[in-house]
Write a protein that binds this ligand. Structure first.
Ligand code: XMP
Length: 515
């Protein structure tokens, strides 16, 4: 696939946990960048027309017989190359230098001293803090290269061949522990590769609108709108491209939060004039869930019911050709790089299986974007901040936050408690900093006293976690006064609750949701 952006950087991925960060840092410089597997063919690399290449780090050693190697002719393309960590050893190895195992593994912070002038490190201090993570070292630089910086343990911590515009770093400029790293990447991207900052969300929107028009033609697109960030931004973007040939379906499964369904309809139908079909299906979901307490069974029922309803609604619309999906770049990278699929801990629900069954083609406008870029697109499109910065909310909704049986009465209790949590977290100015904060209704009752009366009522647990991607999470040390306020309000205002607890478990070994 070629991209229309004029200046762009291609990153060849050798399996480093930091590859995505390199792409993000370069995009933050307003230059488009993509990650491809290290084994990318020369034709594909040429077709991408990169202004420069970055060879990422990786866990392997170039000394090993089965070390991952790129196509050798990447060095004959005549474009600048930056090797980072494993990428540096690789350049040394493939271009005729010498790599040897280091007596001492260097891991963590180090002080880098510049030893010669170079375009890559131009304008930087003589000594820099950098982040190292490597086992091998450079014994001899390849022909044409000269060392440009050293650390105590690495006499060649950076090297350059200015005439070929090849550079290599033993440390990681893409991580925050290398404070001047962005300056180094800036030098590479702007000065060495000659890129200009042209990747902006405005250009992305213009480009996507024309791509969506081209792909969809006279066809019709269906979008499952949940009110979450990805589907909301996708809907507005696609609507801008094809107007009323987009139909959104919002399914109210009865497991939504206080006022949520009304808000979605108001925002997208009234404000954005999107053709939105809101399906009120609480009864259908809740009757199927009646008596069910097993978490996986709940998830399956909610997922299946959703697909059934969505499909029935879609069929009523007549001929539809495309389904919009909010696939993000990390999902795409996940499927192309060589990290193994992780085990399924909980079955997540989406519109899986539907495109094949209904013979729908996909429109995935965010395949190239990171989550924070989707938010910027949303801002560009005028979507309210409240939607763009919503904390993640699971597809099965409050259904997996009510432990035990889901009833209308228990839903009402949790909704009120949850609304208080959100309101107070927002009032404390913490909503955007926290990954997720919510209430959980426990399947037990405890004894309390109100006035002179003994009570025997529900227990609510509070959960607040910080996370980067939902894969791991730490519980948040909320201020005691805030916890006190939330607890007081819930116990006083929500009828039927006489006790509030705070969940202080991290993921792993716990999970974010309780079911
Ligand atoms: P767990 O509970 O597995 O959750 O630690 C990780 C993240 O995923 C969200 N989550 C879901 N999202 N459908 C979704 O769209 C689901 O079925 C689902 N289950 C959990 C959860 O809220 C957290 O952000």
């Amino acid at each position: 696939m070629t991209t229309p952006y004029k200046d762009k950087i291609l990153i060849l991925d050798f399996g480093s946990q930091y590859s995505q960060l390199i792409a993000r840092r370069i995009r933050e410089l307003s230059v488009y960048s993509e990650i491809r597997p290290f084994s990318e063919t020369l034709e594909a690399i040429r077709a991408f027309e990169p202004s420069g290449l970055v060879l990422s780090g990786g866990p392997a050693s170039v000394i090993d017989a089965d070390a991952p190697l790129p196509h050798p002719e990447i060095f004959d393309l005549g474009i600048p190359i930056l090797g980072i960590c494993y990428g540096m050893q690789l350049m040394t190895h493939m271009l005729g230098g010498e790599v040897a195992p280091s007596a001492k593994r260097e891991y963590g912070a180090a002080v880098l001293t510049r030893t010669a002038e170079s375009e890559l490190l131009a304008g930087l201090e003589k000594n820099l803090r950098v982040w190292m993570s490597h086992g091998d070292r450079i014994n001899k630089t390849p022909e044409g290269f000269a060392p440009i910086a050293a650390t105590d343990n690495s006499p060649v911590a950076a090297m350059a061949d200015g005439s070929r515009r090849f550079y290599a770093l033993q440390f990681h400029p893409e991580v925050v522990h290398t404070p001047e790293g962005v300056e180094i990447l800036k030098n590479f991207v702007y000065s060495v590769c000659g890129c200009s900052p042209s990747w902006t969300m405005h250009s992305f929107v213009e480009q996507s609108v024309s791509e969506i028009r081209g792909r969809v033609g006279e066809g019709r697109v269906l979008c499952a709108l949940s009110g979450g960030v990805d589907s909301s931004v996708a809907a507005v973007l696609i609507h801008r491209a094809i107007g009323d040939r987009l139909t959104c379906i919002y399914v109210d499964n009865g497991l939504m939060r206080l006022g949520e369904s009304e808000k979605v309809v108001r925002t997208f139908r009234d404000q954005f004039h999107i053709d939105l079909k809101a399906v009120e299906a609480s009864e259908q979901f809740l009757s199927r869930l009646s008596g069910v307490t097993d978490p996986e069974e709940k998830r399956k029922i909610i997922g299946n019911e959703f697909i059934k309803i969505f499909e029935a609604e879609a069929t009523q619309l007549g001929q539809v050709d495309f389904l919009a999906q909010g696939t993000l770049y990390p999902d795409v990278i996940e499927s192309i790089s060589f990290k193994g699929p992780s085990a399924t801990i909980k079955s997540h629900h989406n519109v899986g299986g539907l495109p094949e069954r209904m013979k729908l083609k996909l429109v995935e406008p965010f395949r190239e974007l990171f989550k924070d870029e989707v938010r910027l697109v949303g801002r560009e499109l005028g979507i309210p901040e409240e939607v763009l910065y919503r904390q993640p909310f699971p597809g099965p909704g409050l259904g997996i936050r009510i432990l035990g049986e889901i009833t209308r009465e228990r839903l009402a209790v949790l909704r009120e408690a949850d609304a208080i949590v959100i309101e107070e977290i927002k009032a404390a100015g913490l909503y955007r900093q926290i990954w997720q904060s919510f209430a959980v209704l426990l399947p037990i009752r405890t004894v309390g006293v109100m006035g002179d009366e003994r009570t025997y009522d529900h227990v609510v647990a509070l959960r607040a976690v910080n996370s980067r991607d939902g894969m791991t999470a730490d519980w948040v040390q909320l201020p005691f006064e805030l916890l006190a306020r939330i607890s007081n309000r819930i116990i006083n205002e929500v009828k039927g609750v006489n006790r509030v607890t705070y969940d202080i478990s991290s993921k792993p070994p716990s999970t974010i949701e309780w079911e």
